[in-house]
Write a protein that binds this ligand. Structure first.
Ligand SMILES: [Zn+2]
Length: 676
């Protein structure tokens, strides 16, 4: 059952895997946890009660070995590593309700109780365990792992070992698990992962060895009915999702109220979570998770991220450098949650400059600056008889509710794309209403204040819908609008509705929300202040900045930032369309426009003549790859100067998830051929 179909009073029990403290956090840990946080915050805002759990997995062979290498008792070792995770979540503003460590007594007691229960039930038995053992790594391998007689990890010879261990009768639950998944085809997402597990379950399941002799590896939860054994780390860890609710006051009720969990993991641990875990739960009389969502991996500049390559992305470093909200935004916006995604500084910086500094930050600072200019006695007042723009009101009602709907389906990139559609609309509203023109005419003050009220309210609702993704940014926007909401108890139904802006606002110009970055990530000098009274975002001559330097204008035209999903436009007749001269044009030359990161100057052949057109496609195309391409140009657009270059037409391109895609032709044709 999808989250958005849950009845509002039903709990969302949201869990991340508990992270293994043998390693320090990397971007993958942050990705899982941020995604859960976004879902948790969104759910709370819809009125769903949420319990969001994360934590650390602290037992097992590898932790034991790492501690031994440092000559530390294992508990001291895990006490040192655990805070790296716990503190990172604080730093990234993760709103988890609890943090479980598997070395805590509440967990240990819960695991022992579960073991006792299964032992009494006959689901655990004692038996011989035979396998290939590496003395150096102190671990077993299967026959196919050691086909050459060597340990796959350290390449030392392995030896056959026979010892007695305890086994969980996982095999007897295989048929049940297969039929449960057949009845719950939505229980694992994306669908490819569901198919992977169904494929895995076509082969016979073996029983699961759940013990380790203390003589070989003492770092684990003692098995209550076998004093010389500790619990296998996977079995121990997979129980944390129930030991936490069971250890709360009012035990049985808590588990009943919260269960089943909605669980988010990386795809690498799917088998243990989608096969071992549900069989253990079933044996204990509990349902499997409501949903397991297995997300993809992050590559780094197109390469697999690994310790040996030394290219692991440190989330702390990026959050410190760019801000935790920016990292949250990037991870949620850049990739598709079930698929692999690529992390690169250049794509992060592009998002910061275009989406955050330009689309959102600049919108806020210029609207607030214009409204504070229009204020009287320091107060901006929503004018008497103000009626919201029907266009904006309709867009807010149609577009914004899609944001939480998509978020709760784990379609984070689409949710943010949709929110940015609305932000683009606000930016276009500024352009079309040109408040800097209205401000020059005292007779049009009422009209000006109505436009500014629309924009302030539009920004306020944007902040509400942005809050689950960028909680600190949302607070800053809400504070700068002096609107009374705090983030605790924010709700879509009330705060997200149009018309909650205070009637009078003591506005002051705000500092830019985001700093633009150079390609090396450094902050661009002279952060662009909010401009008042200048033709914003157009290609016209830029207004001087306070330092006297011309401020580069950033044209929004030529294929940039067009929304992904848009409200339908009014119908036009054929005549209106025939007034538009679209023409195939061959690119003869292409070069960057000086001082612009987005613009390319193209020389194109439109059949009857050559034209210079300026296009905002530098983020998606290099000059070299354009030459010789036949593209589509709007030829009868009034010429406009962009960064000092006259553009005699507009290149048509479609907005994609990551940039723009030029419109081209699938047959060879002559430039200037008629389009009809
Ligand atoms: Zn080895």
């Amino acid at each position: 059952m999808a989250q958005d179909e849950m009845s509002p009073r039903e709990w969302l029990y949201l869990t991340t895997p508990i992270y293994y403290v043998n390693d320090i956090p990397h971007i993958g840990h942050a990705y899982t946890t941020i995604a859960c946080d976004v879902v948790a915050r969104t759910s709370r805002m819809t009125g769903t009660p949420v319990f969001f759990l994360t934590g650390t997995d602290e037992h097992g062979q590898k932790v034991w070995q790492s501690a031994q290498k440092l000559n530390l008792p294992a508990k001291i070792y895990v006490d040192r590593i655990m805070p790296r995770f716990r503190d990172l979540w604080k730093f990234l503003h993760i709103s988890n309700d609890d943090f479980i460590r598997t070395t805590e007594e509440r967990h240990i007691l819960g695991v022992q109780e579960a073991l006792n229960q299964l032992w009494k039930k006959g689901d655990i038995y004692e038996g011989p365990y035979e396998g290939w053992y590496c003395m150096f790594d102190e671990r077993f391998w299967t026959q196919k792992d050691v086909s050459d007689g060597l340990c796959p990890d350290c390449k030392r010879p392995v030896e056959q070992v026979l010892e007695t261990n305890y086994f969980f009768k996982m095999s007897q639950y295989q048929d049940w698990l297969v039929s449960w998944y057949r009845e719950h085809p939505d229980a694992i997402r994306p669908e490819s992962r569901y198919n992977e597990i169904m494929g895995f379950l076509e082969k016979p399941l073996e029983d699961l060895c759940i013990s380790r002799p203390v003589s070989r590896m003492p770092w684990g939860i003692p098995i209550p009915f076998a004093k010389d054994y500790v619990t296998y780390v996977w079995f121990d860890a997979l129980l944390n999702y129930i030991t936490v609710p069971l250890s709360m006051p009012g035990t049985a009720e808590n588990l009943k109220r919260l269960w089943p969990a909605t669980h988010v993991i990386g795809k690498d641990i799917l088998t243990t979570h989608a096969v071992y875990w549900p069989t253990i739960l079933h044996a204990l009389g509990l349902e499997p998770a409501r949903l397991i969502f297995a997300h993809g991996w992050w590559t780094v500049n197109g390469e697999k991220m690994s310790k040996s390559r030394g290219n692991a992305v440190d989330p702390v470093l990026y959050a410190e450098r760019f801000g935790s909200d920016t990292l949250r935004y990037f991870l949620m916006r850049e990739g598709q949650f079930g698929q692999d995604s690529d992390f690169s500084d250049s794509s992060l910086i592009q998002r910061v400059n275009a989406d955050l500094a330009n689309d959102l930050g600049n919108l806020l600072s210029r609207v607030v600056a214009m409204a504070s200019r229009s204020a009287e006695d320091g107060m901006f007042r929503i004018p008497e008889g103000y009626v919201p723009s029907p266009e904006l009101l309709q867009a807010a009602r149609e577009i914004l509710p899609e944001v939480p709907r998509l978020t709760l389906r784990f379609e984070f990139h689409k949710a943010l794309g949709t929110l940015w559609t609305f932000i683009s609309l606000l930016n276009r509203y500024v352009d079309s209403k040109a408040p800097w023109v209205l401000a020059k005419d005292p007779d049009r003050k009422h009209e000006l204040d109505c436009v500014l009220s629309d924009l302030l309210e539009g920004i306020r609702v944007t902040a509400v819908y942005l809050a689950p993704f960028m909680p600190q940014t949302a607070i800053r926007i809400i504070e700068s609008l002096k609107s009374s909401e705090s983030l605790t108890g924010l709700s879509y139904q009330t705060d997200g509705a149009w018309g909650r802006l205070p009637k009078t606002l003591a506005l002051e110009p705000v500092l830019p929300l985001f700093e633009k970055r150079n390609p090396d990530g450094s902050v661009q000098k002279e952060p662009r202040p909010a401009r008042v009274g200048s033709p914003e975002r157009r290609g016209e001559i830029p207004a001087p900045s306070p330092s006297g330097e011309p401020i580069p204008a950033e044209p929004l035209k030529t294929g940039e930032s067009q929304p992904l999903t848009r409200p339908a436009k009014p119908e036009i007749d054929l005549e209106a369309f025939q007034g538009i001269e679209l023409t195939p044009a061959t690119v003869l030359a292409a070069e960057p426009v000086p001082k612009s990161k987005k613009l390319l100057k193209l020389t194109v052949d439109i059949g009857r003549e050559k034209r210079t057109v300026v296009a905002g496609i530098a983020g998606s195309y290099t000059p070299g790859e354009l030459i010789g391409k036949t593209i589509l140009v709007l030829a009868n657009l009034k010429p406009a100067k962009l960064m000092g270059v006259e553009s005699q037409g507009m290149v048509l391109a479609a907005q994609t998830e990551t940039g723009v895609s030029l419109i081209t032709f699938d047959r060879d044709l002559k430039p200037g051929s008629e389009i009809r």
